[in-house]
Design a protein around this ligand. Structure first.
Ligand code: ATP
Length: 239
């Protein structure tokens, strides 16, 4: 594919609605390849709606979207996933009655070659040592932080072109937030392209190169991490 394209994802003028109620309004976002881009917003601002629209689980009323330089507006959800968009959502995405190992293998369901699967699993165990210790444990018995790690690992195992992390710090104890962001920093060092949707602006900007603030479905601020840190917005970042 077009390796020279500098943005892995480009969203231009996206509108969505729930019935007659408009939700996203004229949302324009670029996710630079090999970097973390964050979208910051309070509860109900439209962050999850944005991630659903990227997967075409919420229909776009207007706007254009490109993945890796290619227009994907007409692509159904499964085609977008096959093209390498992976989502890890904080509150969902793990099978509680299955072991950690089985969950990881479910994430890698389309890798048929055992040698490649073993290699990917080993990479995951290196990046997520906490999971290696709990391979035989049922996912439902993990702590919230461990479950978040598992959800991220399951999305990462396929080496996605674009990893979307939907509020990975949600509901976690501060110590686990630190660990989850350490993982994100490691993925970032591996030049994974990540769209990080977060309420925790300080944490998100500690890993992101660029970011956007979404309020009531519209982008109200955007800039580089440096621009954010010196902005008025960061004087009151708790939304
Ligand atoms: P949170 O951090 O609380 O998850 P969010 O920024 O992810 O918030 P969204 O889940 O995108 O917010 O929701 C944005 C708005 O759209 C909210 O007001 C929500 O109530 C509304 N909404 C979400 N899903 C639907 C739906 N299926 N039908 C109607 N309204 C919806």
């Amino acid at each position: 594919m077009s390796a020279h394209v500098s943005n892995i994802l480009e969203i231009d003028g996206l509108d969505t609605s729930y019935g007659r109620i408009p939700m996203l309004r004229d949302v324009t976002i670029n996710v630079p390849r090999g970097h973390v881009c964050c979208v910051l917003g309070a509860n109900g601002s439209g962050k999850t709606t944005l991630t659903k629209a990227i997967l075409n689980m919420v229909r776009a009323d207007r706007g254009k979207m490109k993945l890796n330089g290619e227009y994907i507006d007409s692509w159904p959800t499964h085609k977008r996933i096959e093209a390498g968009i992976a989502v890890s959502a904080a509150a969902a995405g793990t099978f509680h009655k299955m072991t950690v190992e089985a969950n990881l293998k479910m994430g890698a369901y389309y890798i048929n070659d055992k040698a490649i699967l073993d290699e990917r699993l080993n990479e995951i165990y290196r990046s997520f040592p906490v999971l290696r210790e709990r391979l035989a444990q049922k996912a439902g018995t993990l702590s919230g932080g461990e479950r978040t790690m598992l959800a991220i690992a399951r999305a990462v195992i396929n080496k996605p072109n674009l990893l979307i992390l939907d509020e990975p710090s949600l509901g976690l104890a501060p110590i686990m937030v630190v660990e989850v962001f350490e993982i994100i920093r490691r993925l970032c060092a591996m030049e994974m392209s990540i769209l990080l949707v977060e309420q925790n602006a300080v944490k998100a900007l500690s890993v992101a190169s660029t970011g956007y603030v979404i309020q009531k479905g519209a982008i109200v601020f955007s800039g580089s991490a440096e621009e954010f840190l010196s902005s008025e917005y960061m004087k009151n970042p708790v939304m």
